[in-house]
Each structure stands twice: as structure tokens, then as C-alpha cells.
Design a protein around this ligand. Structure first.
Ligand code: GAP
Length: 468
């Protein structure tokens, strides 16, 4: 596999400073800090009216590509809470850990591989118990001495039922994938799918990250969009190669700049406990190249272990060859929050229009929180206002449509540009006569007159064209 390594500076997003996005996100209602009136809770974020639309659209776009448009993948929505034994069998209880160091003076804890000076270290080097001493690492907060590293398990624990004893222990799932594995037989038998086929799922996952941060990039509660593709062992390597470009193409299809994406192969000592091979799709975030999605060859690790531990037969009967075998799994694992964040960053641009700054979120129309905004040119003319409301209500049967009359038209356009609305419809005095409105396009700012009668079809055509 060739690794594309563009010059990071040449492909850096327009957002140099994350504060630009954080403040736009708060001001316009994309993302708020959780529990803010109580001072907030670290690494949990709430999605506001526009953020929930964006994230829902990201999840819908993923489902469309991964499930709706394919006939070899079906969906599932498993519970977040599962039998605790699932996580023992899957290896997460023993191995889902990060290396952590603690300061001897202020007792703050840090992820070892996030400390300054450890960026280039391999996993083998990071596992060296003498690493702190060898590199002279100190606490980034107070410069105090650090204790030797230890492994910290990232799974959140809780108790099920009224007794808080060990027998009632359950974990909040750290990946959605296990819900798919334990349902493999149910799904395969009920859907009658033949291998190769996949099971897709979108849902919450939880990780007690040692060093969360960079806004919604790494949080403790997040959503994953995962697909597990079940194949014969001898075709797993080939399917792995097929999924790499497919998944990269999905981000490009929905507007991410191609040069800001690259593949990164995991070194052998970096592989997760379940993976034979792993390649990340990385994005050039303002804080550097970071993982956006992981593609993993999990071999028969999961189904093999669940079969052995549960005593249930999870083998697949292949009617073509009359063989029974435990399938291998090629997994594509994306984060819904991280993807939405990426689309947000990548869509952001500032331009100068008539000597004024114009901020635009150039979202793909399928991702934009609002598809259309309906704007009356004169808010003191009741007939115009009433007609504008009528048009919005009609369009809202198909798409998210918003009405706004709280400023002059130029300002209303800028507000919609800043939240990425692809089309603004202006209702003016002429509309009362000719029963037509002006459609103003966000990127080119071109305007076209369209009859009210054909508006729903006109918007549908534009959406269809954007998808082509
Ligand atoms: N089932 C495999 C798995 O979970 P992963 O590489 O640990 O693989 C997959 O996670 C994706 O989930 C990541 O690429 C990222 O998009 C998202 N993700 C993981 N941890 C996250 C976190 N703490 N906050 C936000 N997204 C996260």
C-alpha cells in the first residue's frame, strides 16, 4: 500500500486556531460544553440545534453509503450494556489500556505517549518501565518528578440492579463492535445473508480517556459508526485492501479535501490486541495528522474467542463449499463526532466579499444543518411574511428549512453562510405577483428565479446533483 504524505503545511485547514471553531460552534449552536452551568464536566460535549442536525446528517450519510446503497450489509442496534463476560472474552478487561504516568507532587495523571518528547517513540519503547528516567520526563504542569508508567484500563464500570457488588458489575461499551459479534448468528440466520457480508451499527461508546481534548476530537462519551465485514480467512487480506479506498472515498464524497487525508499503517507493536493489521485514515487537523477512522483485520479473534468462551457454535456453514468455518472480520471503525468535527473544520473558510469578511461553512448539502432558509425581503409586509412561512412549511416536508426575518437581507445571507445553508430563498414584492422566489446559492452567490410551484422539485434536483 502506498502512503500519501503531502506536505502538512500545504494542506493545513483554514482553521489555524481551534478557538475559531469552538467559538463559532458555541455561538451558532453546534456544540456546548456539557453541564456548563455547574462549571462543566471534562471531555463531554452537548450538541445544540445545529450540531444535532449536522451529526444526524453525518450518521445518515454513513448509513446511506454503508447500508442503504449496498445489498451486502445489514444494520443492527445492540444495547450499550452487555454481559460483563463479553469484555473479558474480547480481551478488553485485560488489554484495553493506555500507558499512564502520575506526578509525585501534584498527582496529576497523563497519558505517557502524549507527553512532550514522546511523540516519536514506538510502543515497545513506551512499554519500557525505565522510560521516565531514561528520557528525563517531568510533569508538564509543575515540573515535578513522574512515577514509572503503569497501564490504565479505559473502560467505565457501573453496576446493574440494586446491589453494587462484583456480581453486578457491567461495563459501558468501549466499542460498538462486540454487540455485532455476539449477534452474528442471530443476524446471519434471520437475514439469510451469505458470506461475504457485513453488519453495520451506529451508537454510543465510552472510554475513560486519560488525556481527552482538542474539543470533540477525543471525548469520554462519543458515537461510533462501525461495520464488521465477515469473510473467509483466505479473502480477508483482499477485502481489507478493498475497504481502504472505499472508506477514504466516503469522506471525499461528502466534501473533505483529498489532500488533507492520508493512510497510516500501524507498526506491529502498535496493533490493538485484536488486530492482525490496522491502517488509519488520518486527517490533517489544525493540531496535526490524527486518526479519523481505523480499518482493522481482526481475523477470527472475536468470533473464535466468543465461540470458545460461550460454548455456542458461531461457525458459518458455507453452502457453496459445504464447509463449516469461523469467519474472519474486516472492520471499518469511524467516530461520528470526529467525522462531524472533520467536516466542520474542512468546510470552514473566510473570504473577502465587497471588502467585508465572509465566513462560510461549505458543507455538502446532505450534511448542512439546514438545507434551505426562507427569507422575506420586507418583514413589515404581512403578505410577504405569510407567504414565506407557507413556503417554509411546504419545503419542511422534505428537508430542514428555516425561516428568518430578524435582520436585513445581506446580514441574513451572511448568517446562513456561516452555518453552511446551501440555498437561501428570498421572498420579495415581485413574488406576490409572479409567484416566484430567488434562490441564492451559498458558494458562488449566484441567484436564480424559480416558481414557487416547482420549488420542492428544484431543491430535490439540486440535492440529487450534489450527490452525483
Ligand atoms: N472497534 C474498533 C475501534 O473501536 P478505535 O480505533 O479504537 O477502533 C475507532 O476507534 C474510531 O472511534 C476512531 O477512529 C475515532 O474516530 C473514534 N474514537 C475512538 N476513541 C474516541 C474518543 N475518545 N473520542 C472520540 N472519538 C473516538
Amino acid at each position: 500500500m502506498t502512503t500519501l504524505m503531502p506536505d502538512p503545511d500545504a494542506v493545513a485547514p483554514a482553521v489555524e486556531n481551534l478557538d475559531t471553531i469552538v467559538s463559532l460552534a458555541k455561538r451558532r449552536g453546534f456544540v456546548f460544553p456539557s453541564s456548563e452551568i455547574y462549571g462543566g464536566i471534562n471531555a463531554v460535549w452537548d450538541y445544540g440545534p445545529l450540531g444535532v442536525e449536522l451529526k444526524n446528517n453525518v450518521k445518515r450519510a454513513w448509513w446511506r453509503t454503508m447500508v442503504q446503497e449496498r445489498d451486502d450489509i445489514v444494520g443492527l442496534d445492540a444495547g450499550i450494556l452487555m454481559a460483563a463476560q463479553v469484555w473479558v472474552t474480547s480481551g478488553h478487561v485485560a488489554s484495553f489500556t493506555d500507558p499512564m504516568v502520575e506526578c509525585e507532587t501534584d498527582h496529576l495523571r497523563f497519558r505517557l505517549d502524549e507527553l512532550p518528547g514522546t511523540e516519536e517513540l514506538t510502543q515497545t519503547e513506551l512499554s519500557d518501565p525505565a522510560i521516565v528516567e531514561r528520557l528525563g520526563l517531568v510533569c508538564p504542569a509543575d515540573g515535578g518528578p513522574l512515577m514509572p508508567p503503569r497501564r490504565f484500563n479505559l473502560m467505565f464500570k457501573t453496576h446493574m440492579g440494586p446491589l453494587e457488588d462484583d456480581a453486578a458489575l457491567v461495563y459501558l461499551r468501549p466499542e460498538t463492535a462486540q454487540g455485532i459479534y455476539v449477534n452474528f448468528r442471530n443476524v446471519q440466520q434471520s437475514s439469510r445473508k451469505k458470506l461475504p457480508f457485513g453488519i453495520a451499527q451506529v451508537g454510543k461508546a465510552f472510554r475513560n480517556e486519560i488525556s481527552p481534548g482538542n474539543f470533540v476530537f477525543r471525548t469520554r462519551e462519543f458515537e461510533q459508526m462501525e461495520m464488521q465485514f465477515f469473510v473467509r480467512a483466505d479473502s480477508a487480506a483482499e477485502w481489507f485492501e478493498r475497504w481502504l479506498p472505499e472508506r477514504r472515498a466516503w469522506y471525499e464524497r461528502y466534501g473533505v479535501t483529498s489532500g488533507r487525508l492520508r493512510f497510516r499503517e500501524h507498526a506491529l507493536d502498535e496493533l490493538a490486541h485484536y488486530a492482525r493489521r490496522a491502517v488509519d485514515i488520518e486527517y490533517r487537523f489544525p493540531f496535526g495528522w490524527k486518526e479519523l477512522e481505523g480499518i482493522h483485520n481482526r481475523a477470527d479473534w472475536d468470533l473464535g474467542r466468543h465461540q470458545a468462551e460461550s460454548g455456542e457454535n458461531l461457525a458459518y456453514f458455507d453452502p457453496a463449499t459445504e464447509e463449516h468455518y469461523v469467519p474472519w472480520i474486516v472492520e471499518t471503525s469511524a467516530g461520528a463526532d470526529r467525522a462531524a468535527f472533520t467536516f466542520l473544520i474542512d468546510a470552514y473558510r473566510e473570504e473577502e466579499v465587497r471588502r467585508e469578511k465572509r465566513v462560510v461553512l461549505g458543507f455538502h448539502p446532505d450534511l448542512a444543518p439546514y438545507t434551505v432558509a426562507v427569507l422575506p425581503l420586507l418583514r413589515n409586509r404581512p403578505e410577504i411574511v405569510a407567504l414565506a412561512h407557507e413556503i417554509r412549511d411546504d419545503l419542511a416536508r422534505d428537508v430542514m428549512a428555516v425561516y428568518d426575518d430578524t435582520a436585513a437581507i445581506g446580514k441574513l445571507y451572511r448568517r446562513q453562510d456561516e452555518i453552511g445553508t446551501p440555498w437561501c430563498l428570498t421572498v420579495d414584492v415581485d413574488t406576490l405577483e409572479d409567484r416566484a422566489v430567488t434562490i441564492r446559492e451559498r458558494d458562488a452567490m449566484t441567484q436564480e428565479r424559480v416558481p414557487i410551484e416547482g420549488l420542492r422539485a428544484a431543491i430535490r434536483d439540486r440535492l440529487e446533483a450534489a450527490r452525483a
